[in-house]
Every structure is written in C-alpha cells, then in structure tokens.
Design a protein around this ligand. Structure first.
Ligand SMILES: Nc1ncnc2c1ncn2[C@@H]1O[C@H](COP(=O)(O)OP(=O)(O)O)[C@@H](O)[C@H]1O
Ligand code: SF4
Ligand SMILES: [Mg+2]
Length: 422
C-alpha cells in the first residue's frame, strides 16, 4: 500500500482534501491575472469549511483547480491531494473516479449542472450508473428516494419532470440529490444559494445539512456571504486578492476577527440591534486588480489601519496568538484590528456614505457602483440572523443564521413546492 494511503487508513482524521501552495495564473491580453496566490487548506472528514470573500477573490478558481476544471489558459502550481493522492495534472480519464464519486460539486446556477433536455430522473439515474453497478430500475428507485430526502414533494411523479419544470430552489435540491447520489466523501459547493431568494436560500442550506447528515461528507462551502457560513461551517477561510487572509474556527472568526477585511465583512452584515431599516455598510472601495503582483498588503487602499509598512510588505498568514494556533491572519496589526472590532470601519470613516458616494463618482467598480458581473457584498434581510449566545450586539461579529423553514419562491421559475403541469 502507498505509504500515504496507509497513513490515511490508520488516521481517520487525516485530511481528505489537502491543498498546498496553490497558485493559478491566467495569461490574458491585459497581462497575467494572478487569480490564486498561495492557498493552503485542509478539509477533514465530516468537516464544513467555509471559504468567503468578495467577487474576484479567487474562491471559484481554487475549487475549479482542485477538480481539474480550469481552462487550458490557466497555469497551475502547488498540490491538491485527495486522501494523499495528487490530483493536479491528472488527465480527465484519471480524474473520473474522483469527480462525481468521491468528490461532487454543486454550482451557483443549477442549470449549469442539469441538462435541460433530459428529465431529472434520467440525469440522477445516469449519475448513479456511472459509478454503481445497479440496473436502471434500481437506479430509478434510488433516484426517487433521493428526491424525497432532499425535500421534493411527490418524487414518484416529479422524477419524470424536466429541469425547467422546477423552481430555482427545487432545481438546486435536485442538484444536491445528484451530488449525494454516489455517497461522496467531499462536496464542493460554489455559491449554492446565491441565485436564490432569501427564504429559499435557508431551505436549500437546510437541504445541504440533511445531505451532510446522510453522507457524512465533508463540505467546502464557497460564498461571498458570511451570513451563509455562520449557520453551517465549522471553520472559515477568508480570501482576499487571491490568498487566505484569515482562517479559524467559526467562533474565532465571528467572535475574535483579527484582520480588517474580515471586520469589514462582518460589519456589512445586517445588525440585530436595529429595526432593519439601516443601510448595510459595505467596505468602501473595491478589490484590487489581479493583474500583476501587489508590493504591499492588497487591502491597504481600503484599510483604516494602513500604515507605511503595509504599503511596503505583504503580511504573512501567521497565528494571531500563541493560545490559538488554529487562528491565522495576514495583517501587520492583528492586535489593533482585534481590539477595534467591527467598529473599525464605522468609527474611522465618520461618513462612510459620502466616502462611498465619492468613490462611486471617481472609481468604476467601487463599493456602490458594482463591477460588471460581480456580486454585491450583501447579506440576507433582517430576521435571518440571531445574535450568537453571549455576544453583545455592539461586540464584534456574533451573527448566526436562523433559517425559518418556510417555503418560498425561487429566484426563477415557479414557486418552490408548487406543482407544475408537465
Ligand atoms: N478564465 C479566466 N481567464 C482570466 N481570468 C480569470 C478566469 N477565470 C477567473 N479569472 C479571474 O480570476 C480571479 C478570481 O476569480 P474567481 O475565482 O472566479 O473569483 P470568485 O472569488 O468570485 O469566485 C478574478 O480576477 C477573475 O477575473
Ligand atoms: S496589513 Fe495593514 S493594510 Fe493590510 S489589513 Fe493589516 S493593517 Fe490593513
Ligand atoms: Mg466564484
């Protein structure tokens, strides 16, 4: 047996997925895009790791690199191992046993994963039979049970429906059913709820939780919305400009954030100590261009704590303090950032609104003039967050999701739960 496999067999907590020094560049007419600049992460059995960051921070490219799904224009360096086996640079055929079996993926738009010209039942049956030696009839029965488990009403009938006959939320449940059809060990979900309205987001997250309970799979959950992460993740990795800038347990990130960008993300979540009518406070400015390499901290132009050293040297990811070695942050001033908490942005820019307005008139793609194709930094509406136990509303972070469990409408298509006539 390969020594790494032997080690995994002995240690049930050995990482399932280990990414080391991942770097991805795209050569474009405008120059080299440094999309991912050194990502290290480990995903252990049964763990949920959230990756959060604004649009363009390199989250999707990290996941796509791990699955060998990047276009040929990408140059990839580093290592991606599944149970110790190197996946980077494997050929398509060699990746087959991993994709859809050991590791499955859920994307933002369910129509990316579903084929519009086949019934959902046909598609689940095909996914099952690609990796399991079962008859079509057996696979169909398994498909119906999977649809039932992900909350599709009347699965015996709905199995014959086509993707366009489902609402956005129901389609994403179908995608989750396919993702768990072969009992994966790892699920990579890239913005799985972003295209859905708030109520449906909560339902789909619940379905994802059910899927994890059924399969005991580990989940890498990518989102630009910290609110989504709070209710489901064990650990959080915050990405900015192509690299992790803070990583820790959910408690470390929400109770003791120590990097200004994380504080900005937390500060832009809706507050529970208000009536919900207040404006969200997005971080002023916009993420940097990924063309070329930064000389200093890429967050410096937006950071209230920026000092000379920040312009000169990009900070390393390092333990925030000796007592919490799992909590790492990339900032020259982690202590000051931690001590200021989420008030950092609100208190230092006395009038953030006018700052944002100025930026909007001078900088295309700034906080209030959304860059084309980017998601705006936002969080679900009031009522979806409750204050975490023991936190003062004025303290740093402290939000967690409280899905309400009501049925609602999908972003597209008929309302969830609504029956459509085939
Ligand atoms: N095929 C590509 N060619 C050139 N640049 C790309 C390509 N795919 C992604 N990028 C760039 O890589 C960076 C990271 O993108 P991505 O990982 O998709 O961000 P996100 O965090 O929003 O998922 C962005 O600057 C994006 O424009
Ligand atoms: S290194 Fe400097 S600019 Fe970067 S986040 Fe920390 S304080 Fe801000
Ligand atoms: Mg993305």
């Amino acid at each position: 047996m390969n020594p790494i496999h032997a080690q995994n067999a002995r240690d049930p907590y050995a990482p399932l997925l280990a990414i080391d020094g991942l770097e991805v560049e795209f050569r474009t007419a405008e120059g080299t895009v440094n999309a991912v600049r050194g990502v290290d992460l480990e995903l252990r059995p049964g763990e949920v790791l959230g990756i959060v960051g604004e649009s363009g921070s390199g989250k999707s490219v990290t996941a796509m690199a791990a699955m060998g799904l990047l276009p040929r224009s990408a140059s990839v360096r580093g290592s991606v191992r599944f149970r110790g086996e190197e996946l980077l640079h494997l050929r398509e055929r060699q990746l087959m046993p991993f994709r859809g079996k050991a590791i499955s993926m859920i994307f933002q738009d369910p129509m990316t994963s579903l084929n519009p010209v086949y019934s959902v039942g046909w598609q689940i049956v095909e996914a099952i039979r690609a990796h399991q030696d079962v008859s079509k009839e057996e696979a169909l029965q398994i498909s119906i049970e999977l649809l039932r488990k992900v909350g599709i009403p009347n699965p015996e009938d709905r199995v014959a429906n086509y993707p366009h006959e489902f609402s956005g939320g129901m389609r994403q449940r179908v995608v989750i059913a396919i993702a768990i059809a072969n009992n994966p060990e790892v699920i990579l979900a890239d913005e799985p709820t972003t295209a859905l309205d708030v109520t449906v987001q909560a339902q789909v997250l619940d379905t994802l939780r059910t899927a994890l309970e059924m399969t005991h799979a580990a989940l890498l959950l990518i989102t630009h919305d910290l609110g989504v992460i709070a209710g489901i993740a064990d650990r959080v990795l915050v990405m900015y400009a192509g690299r992790p800038v803070e990583i820790g347990t959910v408690d470390e990130i929400f109770y003791n954030p120590s990097m200004p960008y994380t504080l900005g993300l937390l500060g832009s979540l809706p507050r529970v100590d208000t009536d919900g009518s207040e404006k969200l406070r997005p971080i002023p400015g916009s993420p940097p261009s990924m063309i070329g390499k930064p000389t200093g901290c890429p967050f410096a132009p937006r950071c209230p704590l920026a000092a000379d050293v920040c312009q000169e040297r990009e900070p390393e990811l390092a333990p925030v303090n000796a007592q919490t070695p799992s909590h790492l942050a990339a900032c020259h001033f982690t202590k000051q950032a931690h001590d200021r908490g989420i008030s950092l942005f609100i208190a230092t820019s006395v009038d953030l609104d006018s700052a944002s307005e100025n930026l909007a008139t001078t900088a295309p793609g700034s906080a209030s003039s959304k860059a084309p194709g980017s998601e705006e930094l936002r969080a679900p509406g009031p009522g979806n967050y409750v204050l975490a136990e023991g936190l003062s509303p004025a303290g740093p972070g402290g939000y967690e999701t409280a899905p309400d469990g009501h049925e609602g409408s999908g972003a597209t298509g008929p309302a969830d739960g609504e029956e459509t006539t085939p």
